[in-house]
Design a binder for this molecule. Sequence first.
Ligand code: FAS
Ligand code: PHB
Length: 389
Amino acid sequence: MKTQVAIIGGGPSGMLLSLLLHREGIESVVLERRTKEHVLGRIRAGVLEQGLVGLLERVGCADRLHAEGYVHDGTLISYGDEMFRIDFVEHTGRPVIVYGQTEVTRDLYAAREAAGGPMVFEVEDVAINGADTDACHVTWRTPGGTARLDCDFVAGCDGFHGVSRRSIPAALRKDYEKVYPFGWLGVLSETRPVNDELIYANSPRGFALCSMRNERLSRYYIQCSLDDRAENWSDADFWEELKARIPAGQAATLETGPSIEKSIAPLRSFVTEPMRWGRLFLCGDAAHIVPPTGAKGLNTAASDVHYLHEALADHYATGSTAGIDGYSQKALRRVWKAERFSWWFSGLLHRYPDQSDFDLKMQIAELEFLRSSPAAQKALAENYVGLPY
Ligand code: FAS
Ligand code: PHB
């Protein structure tokens, strides 16, 4: 087989890139390790920046998003029983859209299939060969032997545990990492959301987040120990702990019910530099990870895809290599700003085991300053709705 761009990974990054390239008449093949059903069964992000919405509109994948997504003009931040609102539209003129990543991915798959774009599922032992030569190709194991895909370029969209990042020689790459001493226990329940906007809660018992997918589907998170296991948490224990971390007025109206999904995600900040080696380009979680506090994971994957699509389209249209040569530096400039915001917002809201009483006083002082300062709120809003591409 031969194609122009081999895309490793059929998550949001890989699928969005394949559709943007298709609009330019650039061929690609998507190689996905799992089944389509497995990919579409993942519960992940919930908040979309306007930049990602614009890209989904460009590839004709925003109809359901606009019909079923929720426009959020702001968010709530609580500490103890105190609560205040950050008005995104007042400070930036822009809202965010609440629409689950699961649905985004479903829409991307439908569009790829409608376009007849080739996808190969359940690929095993994918290997990237000759990325630093003119004989670049990808191989993988099949029940009958080994398959080969010759290509001009490889887009590594295979997430944090994929093969792409590891295919860049360690001597040519530098990793930056911060592992957080806690995780997030997430629950999905068919209940009415406790509020019509998200609540980010700082509490003496730890962080909590109240989010949603629709009027009868709520998404909640509580900070938990890295030793915790989702199966160790009964629904009743989860609801009791969540109520203890949000303002009493909200806890009193919280509708509880059976969890239909319960899982723990570890938190880390991670970036690998560069995001390009020869004909291999990394996008999304393959190159960087953020704690989900700032809702930047999926949204920063989107800006990578935007930059790579532009670079490849320019190359195929003009023969220029300026775009592809500048991709890594351009993408990393926005990646690091997303890393900073996610790290800062996580520091503001979580309990860290090594925090002193003074540190806790600083957290409350920062929250009080944020509550009282339009300038501080504008800075948070600009980052949350999405910095410019
Ligand atoms: P993904 O990891 O989504 O997709 C990579 C794809 O590559 C997967 O389908 C995988 O099966 C495939 N793959 C892996 N190795 C392969 C190989 N060797 N060959 C072929 N295919 C391979 N972000 C938020 O903004 N908010 C959240 O609340 C949030 N929650 C999250 C919870 C969890 C448990 C995780 C892991 C992430 C969460 N994220 C969240 C971040 C998440 O949304 C990512 O940013 C987003 O999925 C990035 O998309 P991709 O870069 O496509 O990577
Ligand atoms: C979610 O709804 O899953 C969600 C929303 C905002 C975040 C993280 C997760 O910061």
